[in-house]
Structures are given as structure tokens and as C-alpha cells.
Design a protein around this ligand. Structure first.
Ligand code: KIV
Length: 279
């Protein structure tokens, strides 16, 4: 059965952990959904792992809609959260609402996610008031990589930690039903998790968050450009796939693939007749 926003809130109340994984296409969504994971994030990390950009800034609304639609068709049991890409919501609450609406209508999202704290509360309020569930994203917000000067842990000083707590309370007040905390010291993420009544989903934020999210290609060992400290490889699928492709290459070149069992047959008389006609 498909997970809902209220199931997320209930899980927090019952102290049950929530799982979320990114996916960007139909087949991956089927795997994640069949595995029993609660939620799929169609992350703008697709800019890195699918499109090969060095950051998420060039990802467009069209990219997000294209991938979200594919995921939605395969995500029978998961709550599908879709990222609002860079500059699709920062300009105004009106712009944010229009684009959140597109992700729901054209991308078939169940909820949208946007990065930022107090500064995007007018956007969160406008979107939630239109009946669209919002996930907030605090801490290391990759769309601000240029302002941060790199992918760095956030909230380490007293002032920065206080700002993060205030941002978490503000986005909850604005209507967010869930908060992603990325690259935040574990003890601070644990404190924020206690202070808010909505679930927190951590990535590099320790075990005291209400749930965890990882990027599909990272957790399965399929992306080696950069492996963050918080990633565990739950499989080494990249190596398995590379080995299989190399075997395929050898088998094609040696003639051992395809075999008879992979071929379709035709009456030999027809071939003999055609041979006579065309030779
Ligand atoms: O885009 C993404 O995959 C994300 C996760 C890292 C939380 O935002």
C-alpha cells in the first residue's frame, strides 16, 4: 500500500524509523518499492549521478518532471517526493507555487522538497496552503554550494547550530510535514529531531533522526566520482555490472553469445527457397 504523508507523521509519533532512497527511473522505482522502502526522493542529485553535471545547479523543471513521471509509474508502495530544482522557487512564493503545481500535475509527485529555512517560509506556506505537501531541506543544501564554498558540514558553531534550530522550527511552522537534515553533526540533528513534531530524515546527520535517506547510486556502489563519509555501500553493484558488461563484450567478440536458445527459428524450406532465389 502506498505510504502517505499521515503515515510519516504517525511513524514519528510511534517512534518508527522511516526509509527513503532516491530513484530517477521506472525500473529503479520498482526495485525500491518492491523492497519495502517507505519513500522515493526524485532528487535533483540526478544532475550528478544521471546527467553528469558537477553540481545540481543546471537541473531544470523539465528534467525533474521527466524523471518524476517515470518514477511515479513504478512507485506503487512509496511516497514520491520530488525536488524543486535551483531557481524554480527562490524568486517568489508565486513562482514556487506554480512550479510545485507542475511537479504534482505533470510529474505525479506526492510531495515536493525545497532547500532553505526562514528565507523560503513564504514559499512553503503558499505551497502547503494550496494542498501540496512540502519536505524542507536544511543543513548542507547543495543548491547553495557556491555560497558555502564547497560541500561542508553545517551547524558546527554555536551561532550556526542556533540558526539551524530556528530554521527547523520556522519551516515546521510554515507547514513542512518533514525535514531533511544533510551533513549536520549527529548530536545537533538529534536535538532538532526532539524539538520538532514532524519527522526528520537524515543524510550524514546521525542515527537519531526519524529516518534516513541515501542516493541510490551511492548506496549501491554505482557512483565513484566522489563517496561522502556518510555513505555505506549496501552492495557493490557497480563492480558486478562492470564485470557483466566485460563478459558480454568478450562473449560477443568470441562468438559464444548468442546461443541457439536465444534464437528464433524459421522453416528450413523457406530459407533454402530464398537462397535459391537470391544467390
Ligand atoms: O537530491 C538529493 O538526492 C537530495 C538528497 C541528498 C537528500 O536532496
Amino acid at each position: 500500500m502506498k505510504k502517505t504523508v499521515s503515515a510519516f507523521l504517525e511513524a514519528k509519533q510511534k517512534g518508527e524509523k522511516l526509509s527513503m532512497v532516491t530513484a530517477y527511473d521506472y525500473s529503479a522505482a520498482r526495485l525500491v518499492s518492491d523492497a519495502g522502502v517507505d519513500s522515493i526522493l526524485v532528487g535533483d542529485s540526478l544532475g550528478n549521478v544521471i546527467l553528469g553535471y558537477e553540481d545540481t545547479l543546471s537541473v531544470t523543471m523539465e528534467d525533474m518532471i521527466h524523471h518524476a513521471r517515470a518514477v511515479a509509474r513504478g512507485a506503487d508502495n512509496c511516497l514520491v517526493v520530488v525536488d524543486m530544482p535551483f531557481m524554480s522557487y527562490q524568486v517568489s512564493a508565486e513562482q514556487a507555487l506554480t512550479n510545485a503545481g507542475r511537479l504534482m500535475k505533470e510529474g505525479r509527485a506526492n510531495a515536493v522538497k525545497l532547500e532553505g529555512g526562514k528565507s523560503v517560509c513564504p514559499q512553503i506556506k503558499a505551497i502547503t496552503e494550496a494542498g501540496i505537501p512540502v519536505v524542507a531541506h536544511l543543513g548542507l543544501t547543495p543548491q547553495s554550494v557556491n555560497a558555502f564554498g564547497g560541500y561542508k558540514v553545517q551547524g558546527k558553531t554555536e551561532a550556526a547550530a542556533r540558526r539551524l534550530i530556528e530554521d527547523a522550527l520556522a519551516v515546521q511552522e510554515a507547514g513542512a510535514f518533514c525535514i531533511v537534515l544533510e551533513c549536520v553533526p549527529a548530536a545537533l540533528a538529534g536535538l532538532i529531531t526532539k524539538l520538532v513534531s514532524v519527522p526528520t530524515i537524515g543524510i550524514g546527520a546521525g542515527k537519531d533522526c526519524d529516518g534516513q535517506v541515501l542516493v541510490f547510486h551511492d548506496m549501491l556502489g554505482m557512483f565513484s566520482d566522489y563517496v561522502p563519509k556518510f555513505v555505506r555501500h549496501f552492495a557493490n553493484a557497480g563492480e558486478v555490472i562492470k564485470q557483466a558488461l566485460s563478459t558480454y563484450d568478450n562473449d560477443v567478440k568470441s562468438g559464444s553469445f548468442p546461443e541457439e536458445k536465444h534464437c528464433y527459428t524459421i522453416d528450413n524450406d523457406i530459407i533454402e527457397k530464398l537462397k535459391g532465389e537470391f544467390s
